[in-house]
Write a protein that binds this ligand. Structure first.
Ligand code: FAD
Length: 433
């Protein structure tokens, strides 16, 4: 009997979850291949929702998906562990040991065999080597990061709320005004409003959020400057201080220092100035990578030096016919995942992977919490159409809806969305613990 091919996917995020589900259903369930998903965490939270986890607007208890139970129902296997290395000669992924809270080893370092490997481990914030960023800033790279921000925010609010003699404002700086920084700034103001609904004596003016951008406008990657202007107006309206043309050169305990020597005092600095792939991916197993550690792939997502290894999503550098690179977005992670599943299925049949990825910018939408949603749709068609308000909000949430349907199927996915909608009506709008 012919040996079953081993397909290993590392990283169960926006891209990895979708490829594992598709391959699990199409080849794993039918016994055509063994599909294994590896993630360092035991549950999946869709990354574009992390800023909501950070402010407590999203409850990880109800929105998290347990990998093991999802794997059991969808024809794939799950192994928890963090990838730390790659042995291409023996076709093995190396996983770090797992320790308990007291540092006792639960599982030793492990090596997992593969015939086909998909690297989908996403990205982390890029500190660009700026002094003090690693030590003094918080990041939105993982659910643990988001929960740590939530705890710090809530602790600060509670301390201030229980003190009749209110001291200074809580000063929060968000560095980097891409979509993540912009959405995080708005979400914090929403959290304060919600806390007041819980009876906390918190005045809106207590929170001083400053959004800092080195470019001359916020959302510099959004093609239409008018969208940046509109979002900046909305942010100012809800009380966010927007600073453009401001380059940070140092972070310390007291706050931020700009290139002209101005000090911006901050109690907490959230760093979101762009991404890089995790450092250990740099030339991992002799594969090619770029200056931000992304693994170099061909347009069919096969790595440039090894046809049995693919990389997708934020950790991959995929060239485009126009000389550009696929941007790190939820949209591209999802699309490259589904296409790579098709290419792997062709290879299982002995055929060449014929699908090549061409990124079409379907649009960029920015959601300012409950305050406003604005963006551009179908950007690849003559500059696209600007949308705002309810329609924009509907389209913004559709990417998550599609993700839920992809990983749960239409029936369960729709039921889940309904349940989440009902949950939002009957449960508190903020998670306080
Ligand atoms: C706050 C926020 C808002 C965003 N909003 C949007 C948006 O509105 N629209 C949009 O298109 N994009 C948005 N993005 C970007 C989007 O989230 C990413 O582009 C997308 O998640 C990338 O998908 P991925 O599968 O490559 O990585 P991820 O979704 O990050 O998944 C990576 C997975 O790999 C796992 N992992 C990491 N390291 C290891 C390791 N060493 N070993 C094993 N497992 C590992 C992680 O636990 C995670 O499950 C947002 C990002 C953030 C942070």
């Amino acid at each position: 009997m012919q040996k079953q091919a081993n397909i290993v996917i590392v990283g169960g995020g926006a891209g990895g979850m979708e490829i594992a589900t598709k391959l699990g259903k199409k080849v794993g369930k039918k016994g055509l291949a063994k599909v294994t998903l590896i993630d360092r965490a035991s549950y999946h939270i869709w990354k574009p929702l992390l800023h909501e986890v950070a402010t407590g607007a999203l409850d990880t208890g109800t929105d998290a998906l347990n990998y093991r139970s999802h794997a059991a129902g969808n024809g794939y296997h799950f192994q928890q562990g963090a990838m730390i290395g790659l042995d291409r000669e023996n076709k093995q992924v190396v996983l770090a040991p797992i320790n308990d809270d007291n540092g006792r080893e639960l599982l030793p370092e492990r090596k997992i065999d593969y015939d086909y490997l998909v690297i989908a481990i996403g990205s982390i914030a890029n500190d660009f080597g700026i002094e003090g960023v690693k030590e003094h800033c918080v990041f939105l790279d993982s659910t643990e990061d988001a929960m740590a921000i939530r705890e710090r925010l809530l602790n600060k609010f509670m301390r201030y709320a229980s003190n009749d003699q209110l001291e200074d404002q809580i000063k929060i700086a968000v560095v980097g005004a891409g979509a993540t920084g912009v959405e995080m700034s708005a979400e914090m103001h929403h959290a304060v409003q919600q806390l007041r609904g819980f009876g906390y004596k918190i005045d809106a003016s207590l929170l001083d959020v400053t959004l800092i951008e080195a470019d001359d406008r916020i959302l510099p990657k959004v093609e239409k400057p008018k969208i940046s202007e509109s979002v900046a107006r909305e942010l100012t309206k809800i009380g966010v201080n927007v600073m453009t043309n401001t380059r940070i050169v140092k972070v310390d305990k007291a706050g931020l220092t700009t290139d002209d020597g101005t000090v911006i005092p901050s109690d907490m600095v959230i760093w979101s100035t762009g991404i890089k792939a995790p450092d250990f991916l740099n030339n991992i197993g002799g594969l090619e990578s770029n200056r931000i550690n992304q693994v170099m792939v061909k347009q069919n997502m096969q790595t440039t030096l090894d046809d049995h290894i693919f990389a997708i999503g934020d950790c991959a550098a995929c060239p485009q016919p126009n000389g550009e690179w696929v941007p790190p977005r939820g949209q591209s992670a999802r699309q490259t995942a589904l296409m790579t599943a098709d290419n792997i299925m062709l290879m299982l049949k002995g055929e060449a992977p014929k699908h090549n990825y061409v990124y079409k910018d379907l649009g960029s939408l920015v959601n300012l919490s409950k305050f406003h949603t604005v963006g551009n749709l179908m950007s690849f068609m003559g500059g696209g159409v600007r949308v705002e308000g309810r329609i924009a909000r509907l389209v913004y949430t559709s990417l998550y809806r599609r993700h839920l349907i992809e990983i749960h199927g239409v029936f369960r996915g729709t039921l889940l969305m309904l349940a989440k909608g009902i949950g939002r009506i009957i449960h508190p709008h903020l998670k306080l613990h």
